[in-house]
Design a protein around this ligand. Structure first.
Ligand code: FAD
Length: 462
């Protein structure tokens, strides 16, 4: 493990205020060493757990003074390696700052600390007949701070958009300890550069988010759910096009390919057609009558487009059973293929079927299978490389690189929601020009002149 120079002095200085919330115990370091990217862990040199913005400011000020690198940590569920220490960084664990400070239903916002669990914000809004739409599948353990830093999406993004749409304002501690506020507590606001949006998705490279004003919106009265089976991904994708062309925006439109179906089939409490090679989880919402009629019409369109059948959830339990079919995919694939890794590309929706076919063919040539599932509605799919050996992992990288090039040539992006972190850092130039990367580096330098905030992430090292 690298030990930053000045570490001992740093720990002594902040220890005077944070006391036993500064730790170098190996068990605590190990717990903060990795994320869910599948990349190897990297040891931090210490973990600090501030509880107030003043304490975060002190940590940043001393770190800046002594040149000690920092890395913010929320739920540790990130999938891009952005939360993995590579330079012996000190982890700033923000999970103790987990209070919902204010909910203002009349003004449609809530003010929260960064360590609030995503689902808890939604629950707090639900108490007022409102909801918080972004729903990363990790929302029982991810934090709002982490969601902001990664600009998280989720199944409902097709209708409601991603985290960025819901961040009205931020409090952030800059390297050096300065505390800034960006944005406002109103829906509209066009004063100055939109620094709030710049910070959203910056993966902890610009500073430490210590408070956020989050937009919450009226909850739909009803949600309806259906599961549809298709002969293949092409038919499912055509059905999706027809649903959107008919003027519907589903609350959720999720896809499972044949391998994803194979791993969840034995676990679900409803029948999946034996010949199904693609499945779709479809939802509508609104008032009760509208939600039901929209779902039925979307199912009709899908059946006309070739769906083999449609199962409609008739109760909360049945709806939850159908959703479970999608929720179980990630963990079931991991159980069967512990060495798997995945990418979360996004392309224009109409290109998905071609992209999946080309990727599966390229992978088969190396003797490896792929699985794809995810957010068909917004063209953002999780493509999994189901490696069964270290050697297959190496050949998977070649296929993966081709996939990235194909995605970019289709007008898509290497990451629809997980971010760049370490996993896509070295391929960034496939998607962005050198000029654009250089501009981002200059912006980073303005926020963080000594490069102590999550160094070595997002932008290629040279
Ligand atoms: C099973 C599973 C399902 C998932 N599903 C989805 C999904 O549907 N959609 C999706 O978008 N993602 C998904 N993810 C990925 C992950 O949950 C998200 O990226 C999430 O936003 C990370 O939040 P976190 O609190 O766990 O952040 P962490 O993993 O702790 O950190 C992620 C990044 O944010 C930075 N960071 C954290 N807190 C702060 C802060 N307060 N200030 C500045 N920087 C900060 C960290 O330094 C790091 O760079 C999934 C992950 C898993 C394991």
């Amino acid at each position: 493990m690298k030990r930053p120079q000045g570490l001992e002095t740093f720990l002594t200085r902040i220890g005077r205020t944070l006391g036993n919330r500064v730790s170098t115990e190996s068990e605590i370091l190990t717990a903060a060493a990795g994320d869910e990217s599948g990349l190897p862990d990297g040891m931090p040199s210490a973990v600090v757990k501030p509880l107030t913005v003043e304490e975060v400011s002190l940590v940043a000020r001393e770190a800046h003074d002594l040149g000690v690198p920092l890395i913010a940590r929320g739920g540790g569920t990130g999938k891009a390696g952005a939360g993995i220490p590579t330079e012996g960084e000190v982890v700033v664990d923000l999970t103790g700052m987990n209070k919902i400070l204010e909910v203002r239903p009349q003004d449609l916002y809530a003010v929260v600390q960064p360590g609030v669990i995503t689902r808890d914000l939604d629950r707090a809004a639900n108490e007022h007949g409102l909801f918080y739409p972004p729903d990363p599948s990790s929302w029982e353990s991810s934090t709002i701070g982490g969601n902001i830093a990664t600009n998280a999406g989720g199944p409902r993004a097709v209708k409601y958009g991603v985290t960025q749409r819901y961040v009205w304002g931020l409090q952030m501690v800059l390297a050096g300890g300065e505390v800034i506020r960006t944005g406002k507590h109103s829906l509209k606001g066009v004063v100055g550069l939109d620094l709030t949006s710049l910070i959203v998705g910056s993966e902890g490279t610009l500073g430490l988010v210590t408070e956020a004003t989050m937009h919450i919106i009226p909850a739909p009265r009803a949600v309806e759910t259906a599961w549809l089976d298709f002969a293949d991904v092409h038919v499912a994708s055509k059905a999706a096009e027809k649903i959107f062309a008919a003027g519907f925006t589903p609350r959720m439109m999720e896809l499972l390919d044949p391998v994803a179906i194979e791993v969840v089939r034995p676990k679900v409490a409803f029948p999946i057609d034996a010949s199904a090679k693609a499945c779709m989880l479809l939802e509508s919402d609104g008032d009760a009558e509208r939600a039901e009629s929209d779902l039925l019409k979307m199912c009709e369109i899908a059946v006309e487009a070739g769906a083999l059948n449609a199962i409609i959830g008739r109760s909360d339990k049945e709806r939850d059973n159908l959703r479970r079919g999608r929720r179980l995919v990630s963990s079931s694939l991991k159980e069967r293929y512990p060495l798997k890794f995945s990418d979360d590309i996004a392309v224009p929706r109409s290109r998905i079927a071609d992209l999946l076919a080309q990727t599966a063919t390229a992978a088969e040539k190396t003797g490896m299978r792929t699985a794809a599932y995810g957010h068909l509605g917004d063209g953002n799919l999780h493509i999994n490389f189901l490696c069964e050996s270290a050697e297959q992992r190496r050949s998977a990288n070649v296929v993966r690189l081709e996939l990235m090039k194909r995605v970019v040539s289709m007008g898509g992006t290497m990451s629809g929601e997980h971010g760049v972190g370490l996993t896509k850092r070295d391929e960034l130039e496939l998607e962005q020009s050198r000029e654009v990367i250089a501009l981002q580096r200059r912006i980073k330098g303005v926020f963080d002149p000594k490069n102590i905030m999550n160094p070595g992430k997002v932008w290629p090292l040279s």
